[in-house]
Design a protein around this ligand. Structure first.
Ligand code: ADP
Length: 767
């Protein structure tokens, strides 16, 4: 189908697409148009990775742009992808299409987004907007869900499922478009969403799957290609070297961050030899940019590997690290990237070959290694082959012996992806969503609640209605016991349980708006009720760290003992009863929370970032993640304490602002000035400038001295502190004790990892 023949889209679109090299639609895109995706029809498109799903989404959304139409919403699975997708859609802004990204705090309603034509957000964010009665949500005319197969994800799937059900109940005329990787039961998703179905295996570039074993690549068509492994070389290195000989790049998927880093380090010795002079120079520049992002070992290691043409990529990296790596890989400067599966989830980084090195990963629920799903492996494999550049893509698994060769063919190469199944009936998911559904008025009785649940994928898929009803009743009992909602029979004569009227209490409304798991809220409330007026920061950090909303730091060997000791030393600090060592399992979790709490305390005590990454075995992105989650949970604790009339509100606020800025209490005021941050605040403070007000009065020479002679920075800071005349013209920096002059400036990283809103809030889907 020629781009000029697409009905229902703005007049400028065909020229725009042609300018981007798109003359005609790919077959699945054409099918989607024929099915009516630009004319308001609901659509489920199940199409292989990298086969142009984004354009289908764009066509749908653009068909809603213009006079009198509402907003189109694009739901992404990871926060890290929100800005990336928005940046793609911003290309339409020159045609008057406004694009907004909704990340940030859960409790805001984002009213400013009502003027946007396209809004990009995660499902968690959309869910919270609905809970906060964001009025513009009622004016949506189109919703697009990317990677809808993730409804299968135990942790985040239910939110996506419930959110779609709510949006569809709110806007009966809403067009729903859901994009999915190739799955076995796309027809069920289409039934659930009353949608047309495009179910296609078509790819713009041929993909050959296979397994490397011995000295050859065994491909799915039965052919073999010699690919020799040299003495002392790993199979992965052999593939990378072989691909380089053909001027191609290789994406290597591994199962942990540490493995990604180690593999990149080793493969750098292979890629190094293939670089020419110009590549070496340009890579040195990329490496320097990477070092500038943060002062950590991870940053150093990444820069070292990149200088040699190799890189690692995982969710522990700062967003700036990730985009530098992705860009240099797309520019063909970096020859191999070793990644955890986050990269398979939506980042557009095709390469000639993909190696799925690890097809098992650690599974916390069983405590052992478990094989990846076929869907995941196929998504990784789908990254092979760059349209227009490569004749075809090749994706390979690696076998150690003949049996494994057979097994991998059976398990992955020839296998079909698993069907997608709703995970809604799990208790933690229902706990959160049932309270929210009642609090935001989608249901006001038990019967109404069950009726609402009928709109979910779970109901569409299950034959066991009783099970959902049973779990619903358990959850209602829990919510009632914790005073989040009340349940009353309508009248004596209607005392059937279906008629029970449900109403959220004030506390229940707050919990729902704050986006807390009710179990987290209950834990926080218990702890706060137990606290005196001035609970310690560590006590508060531990309280929020042990809620189910904080993802855990794992205990390493030896940690058990260390944190048990700490627990006794700091016994006074903890809120709520201290668990006994003899409560197996739960005590481990309690200690893991203590580890997180001490990380937060270290951060809020101005311990250097690289010392923290070392001490806890985490990346800079993890510190960011923990800090953001703690900030959110402490903010929630503050609201709950206020609601309950407790006196510890100021103490919570202090603990929150300390962790927000990573400073001790005395620096909170200074660090709150934009452009200051933890290191500069400490230097200003040591130079005698103690508050924001001091900044307005202080001797400029001292300010400049404390800020290492950087005039622009100093002017900025003074302006942000509200100083009338911030100019540094003609000012000489004073000698300030303790401030060494480093031209390179190690204070690039003022925040954890130096960047804001880069990481997903929790459940990174990474390990
Ligand atoms: P997916 O979302 O399915 O993983 P993308 O939407 O990222 O895949 O598309 C992959 C690439 O294909 C993009 O670079 C995009 O510009 C290009 N592309 C999409 N549709 C067409 C088309 N009809 N003709 C040429 N290139 C296209």
């Amino acid at each position: 189908m020629d781009v000029a023949d697409i009905p229902g889209v703005p007049d400028w679109l065909p020229d725009y697409l042609r300018a981007d090299g798109i003359e005609s639609l790919y077959p699945p895109q054409a099918e989607a148009v024929t099915a009516g995706v630009t004319e308001g029809e609901n659509l489920v498109a199940s199409v292989p990775t990298a086969s142009g799903k984004t354009l289908v989404a764009e066509l749908a959304m653009l068909s809603h742009v213009g006079e009198g139409s509402g907003t189109a919403l694009y739901i992404v699975p990871l926060r890290a992808l929100a800005s990336e997708k928005a940046a793609e859609f911003e290309a339409f802004e020159s045609y008057g299409v406004d694009v907004g990204v909704s990340t940030g705090n859960y409790e805001s309603s984002g009213e400013w987004l009502s003027d946007s034509d396209i809004v990009v957000a995660t499902s968690e964010k959309v869910d919270s907007l609905v809970r906060n009665d964001a009025a513009w949500i009622d004016d949506l005319s189109c919703v697009v869900t990317d990677e809808v197969h993730l409804v299968d994800d135990g942790e985040r799937g239910p939110t996506l499922e419930v959110t779609l059900a709510k949006l569809r109940q709110l806007n009966p005329g809403l067009q729903t478009v859901a994009l999915s990787a190739t799955i076995g039961n796309a027809d069920e998703l289409a039934d659930w969403l009353d949608a047309e179905l495009v179910d296609s295996e078509w790819r713009p570039i041929e993909l050959r799957k296979g397994v490397h074993y011995g000295q050859a690549l065994h491909l799915e068509d039965g052919s073999q290609q010699e690919l020799r492994v040299h003495d002392g070389e790993s199979e992965t290195a052999a593939v990378v070297r072989d691909t380089l000989a053909d001027d191609g790049s290789t994406l290597v998927f591994v199962n942990s961050r540490r493995n990604a880093e180690a593999a990149a380090r080793r493969l750098a010795t292979t890629t190094r030899d293939a670089l020419d002079e110009e590549e070496r120079t340009r890579l040195a520049e990329v490496a320097a940019d990477i070092r500038d992002v943060s002062d950590t070992e991870t940053s150093e290691d990444l820069a070292d590997a990149v200088a040699d043409g190799a890189a690692f990529h995982h969710a522990g990296l700062a967003a700036d690290h990730r985009s530098l790596v992705e860009d240099a890989f797309r520019d063909r400067l970096i020859k191999t990237v070793c990644a955890t599966p986050t990269l398979a989830a939506g980042v557009n980084t095709p390469s000639r070959r993909v190696v799925v090195r690890d097809w098992r990963r650690y599974d916390g629920s069983t405590g052992g290694m478990a094989p990846l799903s076929v869907l995941e492996v196929h998504q990784m494999m789908g990254r092979a082959g760059r349209p227009g550049l490569d004749p075809y893509g090749e994706a390979v698994l690696l076998a150690n012996n003949h049996d494994e060769l057979d097994e991998l063919f059976e398990r992955y190469v020839w296998a079909d992806p698993e069907p997608v199944r709703s995970k809604l009936a799990a208790e933690p998911a229902l706990r959160t969503h049932l309270l929210a559904t009642v609090a935001s008025g989608f249901a006001s009785s038990r019967g109404g609640l069950l009726e609402f649940l009928e709109r979910t994928l779970y109901a569409a898929q299950t034959a066991e209605r009783d099970r959902l009803e049973g779990v619903t009743d358990d959850v209602l009992t829990y919510l009632e016991r914790n005073e989040f909602l009340t349940r009353e029979a309508q009248s004596a004569s209607e005392r059937s349980s279906d008629g029970d009227q449900l109403q959220a209490t004030g506390l229940g409304h707050t919990v729902s708006r704050l986006y807390l798991d009710p179990m987290s809220a209950a834990e926080i409330i218990d702890g706060l009720r137990d606290a005196d007026d001035r609970p310690s920061a560590l006590g508060l950090y531990h309280l929020v760290a042990r809620t189910p909303d904080m993802y855990e730091l794992y205990l390493r060997s030896g940690d058990d003992e260390e944190y048990t000791m700490l627990a006794y030393e700091r016994e006074e600090d903890f809120l709520g009863a201290m668990l006994s060592e003899f409560e197996e399992g739960r005590f481990e979790d309690w200690l893991a929370a203590l580890k997180t709490a001490r990380l937060l305390e270290d951060w809020a005590s101005e311990i250097e970032e690289d010392e923290i990454t070392d001490r806890y075995g985490v990346g800079p992105g993890d510190i960011r993640g923990k800090v953001e989650t703690a900030q959110w949970l402490l903010g929630a604790a503050e609201s709950l304490a206020g609601e309950l009339g407790l006196d510890c509100v100021p103490a919570i606020r202090e603990a929150r602002t300390r962790v927000e800025h990573g400073v001790r209490a005395e620096l909170v005021d200074l660090a709150g000035v934009r452009g200051v941050g933890r290191k500069r605040a400490r230097r200003l403070y040591d130079a005698g400038i103690r508050t924001r007000a001091d900044l307005r009065e202080a001797d400029k020479a001292v300010v400049l001295g404390a800020l290492r002679g950087r005039e622009k920075t100093a002017e900025n800071v003074l302006e942000n502190a509200g100083r009338q005349d911030p100019s540094m013209d003609g000012i000489d920096p004073a000698d300030v004790a303790g401030v060494e002059d480093t031209a390179a400036g190690s204070d690039a990283a003022e925040g954890p990892a130096g960047t804001a809103d880069s990481e997903d809030q929790s459940s990174l889907g990474d390990f």
